[in-house]
Design a protein around this ligand. Structure first.
Ligand SMILES: [Zn+2]
Length: 747
């Protein structure tokens, strides 16, 4: 028997068997369902979301409980793997194992990960030294202490995690945000070899500032936050900044990980267990090649305002009351620092440390093998009241309310809920990324959605949500149900629409759900690596009232309980609103008979991306004999398939359908984001496999592979680069066609 005959026989046997089995099951089911003595599981199998239960949940979420959680979580600094971090592990475990308000089960899972720290006994130093090696000026090693929180000996010295140890000395130059263009601009007028650059936070990633600098021979960089970018220009801690307001004090320093890839750096695509294969340290490519140190703006002011050289371009000027010059290189001849160098002595060291995730579960009653995941990281840089403890305080309140219902036997979700308190996020989303690597297969096959609430409250004005378009619908339903803190009648939805909206061809004016394109928090591995429909939810500020890039105390020693309770969310009602909203999304995903995902909203996003790319690229691509028609057709067939599936859903009376049909449609919806994965699409972008939402360097809001390839080809004009554009057009068209096919009828 040859193999094709064998296949036919097997296929016939299989299909025949399957028809028979389904027939028996359906017959059995039809009889049982109409009979008066139907088994208990029938009613259970058709149980839908219980609106009154959601109302109960919303009313039970208590702001005072969230405040108490936050107070407990922020008692001491809890940087990843520190004693403070271990205390939070124990606290979350205790809460999730509580016999009255805990979950079904909770445990810790450890990974051995590669972290970078400053040396406590040998602090990093930044000085100005004259030609005879006298120190003229020393940058502060610690932030100014206003309260005991800042005096805690566990407050880590501001540093750039993964910056190499080393010594660098040279004339200072000012390089704006440290983008490639910024350095090129300087390089046109001076020799950057051996200089030290001072750059601002913002515009490009932390590590990118150093990687770019090294290409021009720059020996070291200092990074600071300009008061124009974070403080609306405010600088005085006597009257204007914290402790008088939410603004960053002059000595406040943003700490951060200076890397690009997410997950443990030594175990790419492998879970970092004890015996896992590790690459060597030299093989890490995306961390700073030169000594790098962040400093406060008080020190940056002292340095920048003394710089010689030409006036920096208008766009480079910041909040200081002096003209920002680019540097001679070096300081003005009239400055006390004339002829002096800036010197960096960095003593950071790297170490393998055990970092813990805490996991907790509520088992589903009908579909326990379908998971709704909800998570946030636990580790902070210092006390981390806002980042990340506001999110953990919210998560613990959600688990308290739901845990109590489970323990009292009043409720059990249809699908299983998995809570994750991730470790070592601040060092590069490590805990969540290792988790997705270890459970790659199980999560790929069974996870329905991931909800991320990291910084729960940036400020207390309005909701902010980023999500896969599939999830827009459930976020809207939840936000229409929850009221804003200041009113019993205004919904979160209506308030949100007032602040951030867009005009949708399908829905008219709606709140603007942002694209989930970057890797800013733990959703990255779920969305981009596994293709699990993900969302990131928080409360935020009124952007007409401040230009702050992020809340000003971000990653500093001022992100404390005092700061959060006085200036971010007095009364904790913003936290409460986020808990109610994210919790309602969670319950709808866990309990709805039919998953509340909408593929027509996905179609709309694809159409918006398509319109943008046609507008930007079509003429030029036609000149290159590259047709965009396959992409246009793919988006069209996706829209048709989405409409067809939604037609089927609308025409179905699920109470009288077979559970197989419901499960089949749910699987189509669950796997929709998975359908856009292509592991080979972006060989240069670590962990990014989702063809639609991968990160992009181009500013054009469209298909990332296409946008980046086009930008490259447009700048070089090389045929090879135009070929890449063609390749990415084919990749995205195929992905969209493939996704459309999964929405179509089964055969
Ligand atoms: Zn965070």
């Amino acid at each position: 028997m040859n193999s094709s005959v064998l296949k036919k026989v097997l296929l016939f046997g299989l299909c025949g068997g399957l028809v028979l089995a389904v027939g028996i099951l359906l017959g059995h089911f039809a009889i049982k369902k109409t009979a008066s003595s139907q088994p208990k599981w029938v009613e259970e199998a058709f149980r839908d979301v219980d609106e009154s239960f959601i109302e109960t949940f919303i009313s039970e979420v208590d702001a005072a409980q969230i405040e108490a959680n936050l107070r407990e979580l922020t008692k001491v600094p809890h940087m990843a793997t520190s004693p403070g971090d271990e205390a939070t592990v124990q606290y979350v475990l205790k809460r999730w194992k509580d016999s009255e308000t805990g979950l079904d089960d909770a445990w810790r899972e450890e990974y051995k990960v590669f972290l970078s720290f400053p040396d406590k006994t040998n602090p990093n130093k930044v000085t100005v030294v004259n030609p005879s090696n006298n120190i003229l000026f020393t940058v502060r090693e610690k932030e100014e202490a206003y309260y005991d929180d800042q005096r805690d000996p566990e407050v880590v010295q501001p540093y750039a995690a993964y910056s190499p140890a080393g010594h660098a000395k040279g004339k200072l130059v000012y390089a704006n945000y440290g983008s490639m263009d910024d350095y090129k601009h300087l390089n046109n007028t001076m020799n950057l070899q051996g200089t030290i650059a001072i750059v601002k936070y913002g515009t490009v990633g932390r590590s990118t500032k150093a990687l770019n600098a090294a290409q021009f021979g720059i020996a070291g960089i200092l990074v600071y936050t300009d008061p124009l970018d974070i403080n609306d220009g405010k600088m005085s801690d006597k009257t204007e900044t914290y402790p008088h307001s939410w603004y960053l004090p002059p000595t406040g320093v943003e700490r951060g990980a200076y890397n690009i890839k997410f997950g443990d750096l030594l175990t790419p695509y492998l879970a970092a267990k004890e015996d896992t294969y590790r690459i060597s340290k030299d093989e890490i490519t995306d961390t700073p090649p030169i000594p790098t140190q962040p400093i406060g703006f008080a020190d940056a002011y002292a340095l920048i305002c003394e710089l010689a050289g030409a006036e920096a371009p208008e766009k480079w000027q910041g909040g200081f009351n002096c003209t920002y010059n680019i540097g001679g290189p070096g300081f003005k001849s009239t400055s006390p620092f004339a002829n002096s160098d800036v010197k960096l002595d960095i003593y950071n060291f790297e170490e393998l440390r055990n970092s813990a995730n805490v996991m907790g579960v509520i088992r589903g009653s009908v579909e326990p093998d379908r998971y709704i995941l909800y998570g946030n990281h636990r580790d902070s840089w210092v006390h981390g009241a806002i980042d990340p403890s506001s999110g953990t305080a919210v998560m613990l309140e959600i688990t308290r309310v739901l845990g109590k219902m489970v323990k009292e036997g009043k409720w059990r979700p249809r699908r299983s809920i998995i809570f994750g308190s991730w470790g070592a996020e601040e060092f590069g989303l490590i805990g969540s990324a290792e988790y997705t690597e270890e459970y790659f297969t199980k999560l790929s096959e069974r996870a329905v959605a991931y909800i991320n609430v990291d910084i729960a409250v940036f400020a207390n004005a309005t909701l902010r949500a980023s999500a896969s378009p599939a999830a827009q619908n459930v976020i809207f339903t939840a936000t229409k149900q929850v009221k804003i803190p200041a009113s019993d009648t205004v919904s979160v939805y209506d308030n949100w629409m007032k602040y951030y909206n867009r005009s949708s061809p399908t829905h008219g004016i709606i709140p603007n759900v942002r694209y989930l394109t970057g890797a800013g928090s733990d959703y990255a591995a779920f969305m981009h690596y596994l293709g699990i429909t993900s969302m990131d939810i928080s409360y935020t500020y009124d952007s007409s009232k401040t230009n702050a890039r992020i809340y000003p105390a971000y990653h500093t020693a001022y992100d404390t309980f005092d700061y959060a309770s006085k200036y971010i969310d007095p009364g904790f009602t913003g936290h409460q609103t986020v808990a109610r909203t994210a919790g309602t999304v969670l319950l709808r995903l866990a309990d709805s008979l039919l998953l509340p995902f909408k593929c027509s909203d996905y179609a709309e996003s694809l159409e918006l991306y398509l319109d943008e790319s046609l507008k930007r690229y079509k003429t030029q691509l036609e000149n290159k004999k590259i047709s965009m028609a396959p992409l246009e057709n793919a988006v069209k067939s996706f829209r048709e398939a989405a409409s067809r599936l939604e037609g089927v859903i609308q025409q179905s009376d699920f109470a009288n359908e077979t559970p197989f049909k419901i499960r089949r449609i749910n699987d189509q919806l669950m796997l929709l984001d998975r359908a856009f994965l292509n592991p080979l699409a972006f060989p240069d972008k670590y962990g990014f496999r989702h063809v639609i939402w991968a990160s992009r360097s181009s500013g054009v809001p469209t298909f990332p592979g296409l946008a980046d390839a086009f930008e490259q080809a447009d700048s070089t004009g090389l045929q090879d680069d135009w070929n890449q554009v063609h390749k990415h057009l084919s990749i995205v068209a195929q992905a969209i066609n493939g996704a459309a096919q999964t929405l179509n009828d089964v055969i």
